[in-house]
Design a protein around this ligand. Structure first.
Ligand code: BTN
Length: 238
Protein backbone atom coordinates (compact mmCIF):
# COMPACT_ATOMS: atom_id res chain seq x y z
CA UNK A 1 0.00 0.00 0.00
CA UNK A 2 1.23 3.45 -0.86
CA UNK A 3 -0.19 6.97 -0.95
CA UNK A 4 0.25 7.38 -4.71
CA UNK A 5 2.57 5.58 -7.13
CA UNK A 6 2.99 8.90 -8.99
CA UNK A 7 4.23 10.65 -5.84
CA UNK A 8 6.66 7.81 -5.12
CA UNK A 9 7.96 7.72 -8.70
CA UNK A 10 8.41 11.51 -8.62
CA UNK A 11 10.41 11.23 -5.40
CA UNK A 12 12.59 8.46 -6.87
CA UNK A 13 13.15 10.44 -10.08
CA UNK A 14 14.21 13.48 -8.05
CA UNK A 15 16.78 11.22 -6.37
CA UNK A 16 18.10 10.18 -9.80
CA UNK A 17 16.18 6.97 -10.63
CA UNK A 18 16.74 5.82 -14.18
CA UNK A 19 14.41 5.91 -17.15
CA UNK A 20 12.19 2.84 -17.17
CA UNK A 21 11.91 2.43 -13.42
CA UNK A 22 8.34 1.41 -12.53
CA UNK A 23 6.42 1.83 -9.28
CA UNK A 24 3.46 -0.51 -8.92
CA UNK A 25 1.17 -0.77 -5.91
CA UNK A 26 -1.42 -3.19 -4.60
CA UNK A 27 -3.51 -0.24 -3.40
CA UNK A 28 -3.26 3.53 -3.00
CA UNK A 29 -4.53 5.60 -0.08
CA UNK A 30 -4.34 8.84 -2.07
CA UNK A 31 -4.53 7.74 -5.68
CA UNK A 32 -4.56 10.94 -7.70
CA UNK A 33 -6.60 11.72 -10.80
CA UNK A 34 -6.59 14.65 -13.19
CA UNK A 35 -7.68 18.11 -12.10
CA UNK A 36 -7.14 17.40 -8.41
CA UNK A 37 -9.53 14.44 -8.33
CA UNK A 38 -9.06 11.15 -6.49
CA UNK A 39 -8.51 7.80 -8.16
CA UNK A 40 -10.41 4.92 -6.57
CA UNK A 41 -7.64 2.42 -5.76
CA UNK A 42 -8.85 -0.66 -3.81
CA UNK A 43 -6.50 -3.64 -3.22
CA UNK A 44 -6.30 -6.98 -5.09
CA UNK A 45 -8.34 -6.10 -8.17
CA UNK A 46 -6.70 -3.46 -10.35
CA UNK A 47 -3.45 -2.05 -11.63
CA UNK A 48 -1.83 1.19 -10.43
CA UNK A 49 1.53 2.01 -11.88
CA UNK A 50 3.87 4.89 -12.60
CA UNK A 51 6.82 4.86 -14.97
CA UNK A 52 9.78 7.21 -14.99
CA UNK A 53 10.72 8.49 -18.46
CA UNK A 54 13.60 10.77 -19.37
CA UNK A 55 12.98 11.51 -23.05
CA UNK A 56 15.42 13.86 -24.77
CA UNK A 57 12.71 16.00 -26.35
CA UNK A 58 11.75 19.67 -25.96
CA UNK A 59 9.21 20.35 -23.16
CA UNK A 60 6.50 21.43 -25.65
CA UNK A 61 6.47 17.83 -26.94
CA UNK A 62 5.80 16.37 -23.49
CA UNK A 63 2.10 15.98 -24.26
CA UNK A 64 3.06 13.46 -26.96
CA UNK A 65 4.07 11.15 -24.12
CA UNK A 66 0.56 11.33 -22.72
CA UNK A 67 -1.00 10.57 -26.10
CA UNK A 68 1.52 7.75 -26.59
CA UNK A 69 0.62 6.24 -23.21
CA UNK A 70 -3.11 6.46 -23.97
CA UNK A 71 -2.57 4.61 -27.26
CA UNK A 72 -0.45 1.93 -25.55
CA UNK A 73 -3.06 1.45 -22.81
CA UNK A 74 -5.88 1.19 -25.38
CA UNK A 75 -3.90 -1.45 -27.25
CA UNK A 76 -3.17 -3.41 -24.06
CA UNK A 77 -6.86 -3.38 -23.17
CA UNK A 78 -7.85 -4.63 -26.59
CA UNK A 79 -5.22 -7.33 -26.81
CA UNK A 80 -5.90 -8.71 -23.34
CA UNK A 81 -9.72 -8.59 -23.45
CA UNK A 82 -10.73 -8.49 -27.12
CA UNK A 83 -12.79 -5.39 -26.29
CA UNK A 84 -12.14 -2.18 -28.19
CA UNK A 85 -11.88 0.88 -25.92
CA UNK A 86 -12.21 4.45 -27.09
CA UNK A 87 -9.97 7.28 -25.98
CA UNK A 88 -11.86 10.30 -24.75
CA UNK A 89 -9.89 13.54 -24.89
CA UNK A 90 -7.57 14.19 -23.23
CA UNK A 91 -6.75 10.68 -22.07
CA UNK A 92 -9.59 8.70 -20.56
CA UNK A 93 -10.17 5.15 -21.76
CA UNK A 94 -13.78 4.12 -22.09
CA UNK A 95 -15.65 0.88 -22.60
CA UNK A 96 -19.41 1.14 -23.27
CA UNK A 97 -19.10 4.87 -22.54
CA UNK A 98 -17.72 4.29 -19.04
CA UNK A 99 -14.24 4.93 -17.77
CA UNK A 100 -12.04 1.85 -17.51
CA UNK A 101 -8.62 3.54 -17.23
CA UNK A 102 -7.10 6.96 -16.67
CA UNK A 103 -3.70 8.57 -17.06
CA UNK A 104 -2.02 11.18 -14.93
CA UNK A 105 1.26 12.32 -16.39
CA UNK A 106 3.47 14.72 -14.51
CA UNK A 107 6.32 16.71 -15.94
CA UNK A 108 9.44 18.02 -14.28
CA UNK A 109 11.33 20.33 -16.59
CA UNK A 110 13.08 23.64 -17.10
CA UNK A 111 12.29 25.97 -20.01
CA UNK A 112 14.24 24.04 -22.63
CA UNK A 113 14.87 20.63 -21.11
CA UNK A 114 12.78 17.83 -19.64
CA UNK A 115 14.23 16.34 -16.46
CA UNK A 116 11.67 13.55 -16.29
CA UNK A 117 8.06 12.62 -16.92
CA UNK A 118 6.03 10.37 -14.65
CA UNK A 119 3.50 8.32 -16.61
CA UNK A 120 0.80 7.32 -14.13
CA UNK A 121 -1.71 4.72 -15.30
CA UNK A 122 -4.66 3.25 -13.44
CA UNK A 123 -6.67 0.42 -15.04
CA UNK A 124 -9.85 -1.04 -13.57
CA UNK A 125 -9.32 -4.71 -14.27
CA UNK A 126 -11.46 -6.74 -11.89
CA UNK A 127 -13.55 -4.21 -9.95
CA UNK A 128 -17.17 -5.29 -9.55
CA UNK A 129 -20.02 -2.79 -9.83
CA UNK A 130 -20.86 -2.93 -6.13
CA UNK A 131 -17.28 -2.04 -5.18
CA UNK A 132 -17.37 1.36 -6.88
CA UNK A 133 -18.36 4.28 -4.64
CA UNK A 134 -21.90 5.44 -5.48
CA UNK A 135 -20.71 8.74 -7.00
CA UNK A 136 -18.78 7.00 -9.77
CA UNK A 137 -20.86 3.82 -10.19
CA UNK A 138 -22.66 5.08 -13.29
CA UNK A 139 -19.49 6.42 -14.86
CA UNK A 140 -16.87 3.75 -14.16
CA UNK A 141 -16.42 0.23 -15.38
CA UNK A 142 -13.82 -2.56 -15.43
CA UNK A 143 -12.65 -5.21 -17.87
CA UNK A 144 -14.33 -7.82 -15.71
CA UNK A 145 -17.69 -6.03 -15.83
CA UNK A 146 -17.49 -5.54 -19.60
CA UNK A 147 -16.16 -8.95 -20.46
CA UNK A 148 -18.03 -11.00 -17.91
CA UNK A 149 -14.84 -12.70 -16.71
CA UNK A 150 -11.77 -11.73 -14.73
CA UNK A 151 -8.43 -10.63 -16.17
CA UNK A 152 -5.02 -11.68 -14.84
CA UNK A 153 -3.35 -8.62 -13.38
CA UNK A 154 0.10 -10.05 -13.97
CA UNK A 155 -0.58 -10.76 -17.64
CA UNK A 156 -2.19 -7.38 -18.18
CA UNK A 157 0.78 -5.68 -16.52
CA UNK A 158 3.20 -7.53 -18.82
CA UNK A 159 1.14 -6.66 -21.90
CA UNK A 160 0.94 -3.00 -20.93
CA UNK A 161 4.69 -2.69 -20.37
CA UNK A 162 5.26 -4.22 -23.82
CA UNK A 163 2.80 -1.94 -25.62
CA UNK A 164 4.28 1.08 -23.82
CA UNK A 165 7.82 0.14 -24.76
CA UNK A 166 6.74 -0.41 -28.36
CA UNK A 167 4.89 2.93 -28.71
CA UNK A 168 7.70 4.80 -26.95
CA UNK A 169 10.15 3.50 -29.56
CA UNK A 170 7.69 4.22 -32.41
CA UNK A 171 7.66 7.84 -31.23
CA UNK A 172 11.46 8.09 -31.52
CA UNK A 173 11.57 6.22 -34.82
CA UNK A 174 8.65 7.79 -36.65
CA UNK A 175 7.92 10.98 -34.73
CA UNK A 176 4.77 12.65 -33.49
CA UNK A 177 2.58 11.99 -36.59
CA UNK A 178 2.60 8.24 -35.92
CA UNK A 179 1.35 8.81 -32.37
CA UNK A 180 -1.24 11.40 -33.41
CA UNK A 181 -2.63 9.11 -36.11
CA UNK A 182 -2.90 6.15 -33.76
CA UNK A 183 -4.56 8.37 -31.13
CA UNK A 184 -7.09 9.63 -33.73
CA UNK A 185 -7.94 6.03 -34.62
CA UNK A 186 -8.84 5.17 -31.02
CA UNK A 187 -10.56 8.48 -30.27
CA UNK A 188 -12.84 8.88 -33.30
CA UNK A 189 -13.28 12.49 -32.27
CA UNK A 190 -13.29 14.46 -35.50
CA UNK A 191 -16.62 16.07 -36.33
CA UNK A 192 -18.38 15.07 -33.09
CA UNK A 193 -20.51 17.51 -31.17
CA UNK A 194 -19.03 18.03 -27.73
CA UNK A 195 -19.59 19.95 -24.56
CA UNK A 196 -16.37 20.93 -22.80
CA UNK A 197 -15.94 22.14 -19.26
CA UNK A 198 -12.66 23.97 -18.96
CA UNK A 199 -11.61 26.13 -16.01
CA UNK A 200 -15.23 26.79 -15.01
CA UNK A 201 -16.43 27.62 -18.55
CA UNK A 202 -18.70 25.44 -20.64
CA UNK A 203 -18.16 25.42 -24.39
CA UNK A 204 -20.24 23.62 -26.99
CA UNK A 205 -19.11 22.97 -30.51
CA UNK A 206 -17.73 20.56 -33.05
CA UNK A 207 -14.45 18.79 -32.32
CA UNK A 208 -12.14 19.35 -35.26
CA UNK A 209 -9.00 17.52 -34.20
CA UNK A 210 -6.13 17.52 -31.73
CA UNK A 211 -2.92 19.34 -32.54
CA UNK A 212 0.67 18.31 -31.88
CA UNK A 213 0.49 19.81 -28.37
CA UNK A 214 -2.44 17.52 -27.56
CA UNK A 215 -4.81 20.51 -27.48
CA UNK A 216 -8.37 19.97 -28.69
CA UNK A 217 -9.42 22.20 -31.59
CA UNK A 218 -13.05 23.13 -31.15
CA UNK A 219 -15.26 24.96 -33.64
CA UNK A 220 -17.82 26.91 -31.65
CA UNK A 221 -21.29 27.95 -32.87
CA UNK A 222 -19.95 31.29 -34.15
CA UNK A 223 -17.67 29.40 -36.54
CA UNK A 224 -14.49 30.32 -34.66
CA UNK A 225 -11.85 27.77 -33.76
CA UNK A 226 -10.50 27.58 -30.24
CA UNK A 227 -7.69 25.54 -28.75
CA UNK A 228 -8.61 23.86 -25.49
CA UNK A 229 -5.68 22.81 -23.34
CA UNK A 230 -7.41 21.14 -20.39
CA UNK A 231 -10.89 20.15 -19.34
CA UNK A 232 -13.55 17.48 -19.53
CA UNK A 233 -15.47 16.44 -22.60
CA UNK A 234 -18.98 15.09 -22.95
CA UNK A 235 -20.30 13.93 -26.28
CA UNK A 236 -23.59 15.66 -27.00
CA UNK A 237 -26.56 13.46 -27.63
CA UNK A 238 -25.10 10.43 -25.77
C1 BTN B 1 -7.57 10.40 -14.30
O1 BTN B 1 -8.22 9.85 -15.18
O2 BTN B 1 -8.05 11.33 -13.65
C2 BTN B 1 -6.18 9.91 -14.05
C3 BTN B 1 -6.12 8.74 -13.12
C4 BTN B 1 -4.71 8.23 -12.92
C5 BTN B 1 -4.63 7.17 -11.86
C6 BTN B 1 -3.27 6.54 -11.77
S1 BTN B 1 -3.24 5.14 -10.70
C7 BTN B 1 -1.49 5.10 -10.75
C8 BTN B 1 -1.03 6.54 -10.72
N1 BTN B 1 -0.86 7.02 -9.35
C9 BTN B 1 -1.74 7.99 -9.05
O3 BTN B 1 -1.84 8.56 -7.94
N2 BTN B 1 -2.51 8.25 -10.12
C10 BTN B 1 -2.14 7.44 -11.26
Amino acid sequence: EIDSTNSKAYELAMEGAEEGEVVVAESQTRGRGRLGRQWFSPPYVNLYLSIILRPQIPPHQASMMTLMAAVATAEAIQSSSGLRPTIKWPNDLLLSGRKVAGLLNELHSEADQIHFIILGIGVNLNTEVRMFPKEIRGKATSLRIEKGEGVSRKEFFQTLLKTLENWYSIFFREGAPAILNAWRGWANLQGRLVRITSFGDTLIGKAIDIDSDGALILETMDGKQRRILAGDVEYSGE
